[in-house]
Design a protein around this ligand. Structure first.
Ligand code: SAM
Ligand code: SF4
Length: 476
């Protein structure tokens, strides 16, 4: 149980992040005995997950050889659960109007240099058409927090996105949302319009740092944000996505904060987060702290954070965005990432209007500027990953708790991989360039040849052939 013994209630809410406990566990994890590191790694290798203390033990290890073992174990666990499938999505920025003052963000209300823009229904339509026309099926809608943009308005933008269908197989099949925390009634509205995952990052679990970097606006309220996932689940949203912004505070503390948050959710709602994100602080217009983060994690340490998260919560999706550059993204995918954004623009309107496709107006600097097709060619051709836009589980109601249970029984290999291949085939047929088609068809042939279950292989072969004849949106 992680409830703080001496906590005082603020607005009826209580913190379940016990800083004293976290610090005492970090102290115990410093310079861990190699035998303890091995013991923790052995448990992790069996996909049993890790306690926050065990995660700290791995993160505090300084022996490079042992670090390599951590990476190898994470690779094995990732491969064992997810195979070589990688889910792809694109962010769609709906508004950068924001009344908050988050010291690290380009959308900070104090940033007077930034031209504020909120997309109209017509502009949303144009953006979605462009995204559909390059092959996207899953979008993450992103919003600044402004009093004039309540739950009804956000829900309407979700409807607007779902309503757009363009040529070929163009339609958005899963809309995830990253917006400021709502009350239960507000979350119900998002649930009613069929959002997939509700995503919200706590930024830093360390209370004093949180207070320091959130100086004005609704987001100042640490506990309101800390309980956002609980409220979303209470409203019926099964899939929630947590995250921390790495660079604001001690990364070991943040990883433990994430894990305690996940544990609390599981305790109270029977299921942990569907995904975890780990954005690393990037330079942003008008933000001093974003240019010189107080707790900058080296690439090695950041890779270790991703690997340890994979070991700590083996069945939770790990999301990597284009904040990181192309080469480093390849490293991070190996040690645990299961979802990837590609071809991203971080200013409202930037997909359809070249005027807004400029580095100086984006929310933060994008590190990987490759197009979706280039990204796919690289992950397929160089690394043998199967890009997936599969939304079958979500559309068949296999979300939240049920999804976790299924994932634990090898379901991902049985359903996700073939369904991923089917969505990839759809992409190649409708959107792939000749070059990508070549490497893609080769991968599909290889995957089919290696598929061990003959009955399912036949089903898959049949559906792939039907797709070549023009059928779309087939899954098992
Ligand atoms: N306004 C909503 C909120 O704050 O929850 C959602 C949108 S906000 C644009 C999405 C996320 O971007 C934030 O939660 C934060 O983690 C991340 N972010 C903000 N500034 C960043 C920066 N300079 N570098 C990297 N990520 C950043
Ligand atoms: Fe606004 Fe979100 Fe940026 Fe904070 S992180 S300034 S709330 S958009």
């Amino acid at each position: 149980m992680v409830m703080k013994q001496d906590s005082t209630l603020e607005n009826g809410l209580e913190s379940f992040i016990d800083e004293e406990l976290i610090w005492s566990e970090i102290d115990k994890a410093i310079n861990p005995d190699p035998s303890l590191v091995r013991e923790v790694l052995a448990k992790a290798g069996e996909r049993k997950g890790l306690t926050p203390f065990e995660a700290a033990v791995l993160l505090k290890n300084t022996d490079l050889e042992m670090d390599n073992e951590i990476f190898e174990t994470a690779m094995k666990v990732k491969k064992g659960i997810y195979g070589n499938r990688l889910v792809l999505f694109a962010p769609l920025y709906i508004t950068n109007e924001c009344a908050n003052q988050c010291e690290y963000c380009g959308f900070n209300a104090r940033n007077k240099e930034l031209e504020r823009r909120t997309l109209t229904a017509e502009e949303i339509h144009k953006e979605v058409e462009v995204l559909e026309d390059i092959g996207h099926k899953r979008l993450l809608l992103v919003y600044g927090e402004h009093p004039k943009h309540g739950a009804d308005w956000i829900a309407q933008t979700v409807r607007d996105v779902y309503s757009v269908t363009s040529s070929k197989s163009g339609e958005i099949r899963r809309v995830n949302v990253n917006c400021a925390p709502l009350d239960v009634e507000g979350f119900k509205k998002l649930h009613e319009v069929g959002i997939g995952t509700y995503q919200c990052f706590h930024e830093t679990y360390h209370r004093a740092s949180y207070d320091k970097y959130h100086t004005a606006g609704r987001k100042k309220d640490y506990l309101w944000r800390l309980h956002a996932m609980h409220r979303a689940m209470e409203a019926g949203i099964d899939d929630v996505g947590m995250g921390a912004l790495f660079g604001l505070f001690d990364p070991v503390f943040e990883v433990m904060g994430l894990l305690y948050h996940a544990m609390q959710l599981e305790m109270d709602h029977g299921v942990g987060p569907h995904t975890i994100s780990f954005p690393r602080l990037e330079p942003a217009q008008g933000s001093d702290i974003a240019f010189s983060p107080p707790y900058l994690a080296s690439d090695h340490d950041f890779k270790k954070i991703v690997a340890v998260l994979r070991l700590a919560v083996p069945y939770t999706g790990l999301i990597l965005t284009t904040r990181e550059n192309a080469d480093f993204r390849k490293e991070l995918i190996k040690v645990g990432v299961s979802q990837l954004s590609a071809g991203s623009r971080t200013y409202p309107g930037a997909y359809s209007d070249p005027e807004f496709d400029r580095p100086d107006v984006q929310q933060f600097c994008v590190g990987d500027s490759r197009s979706l097709d280039e990204t796919i060619r690289s992950i397929v051709g160089e690394h043998g990953y199967v890009p997936s836009w599969c939304t079958a589980c979500y559309r068949l109601g296999r979300t939240g708790e049920h999804f976790m249970e299924l994932a634990k029984t090898g379901f991902i290999q049985k359903f996700c991989l073939p369904n991923g291949l089917l969505t990839f085939k759809e992409y190649l047929e409708d959107y792939g360039t000749e070059e990508t088609k070549k490497v893609g068809e080769e991968l599909i042939r290889k995957e089919l040849a290696n598929y061990s279950d003959p009955e399912r292989r036949n089903l898959l072969t049949d559906r792939l052939a039907r797709m070549e004849k023009g059928e779309r949106d087939l899954y098992l």
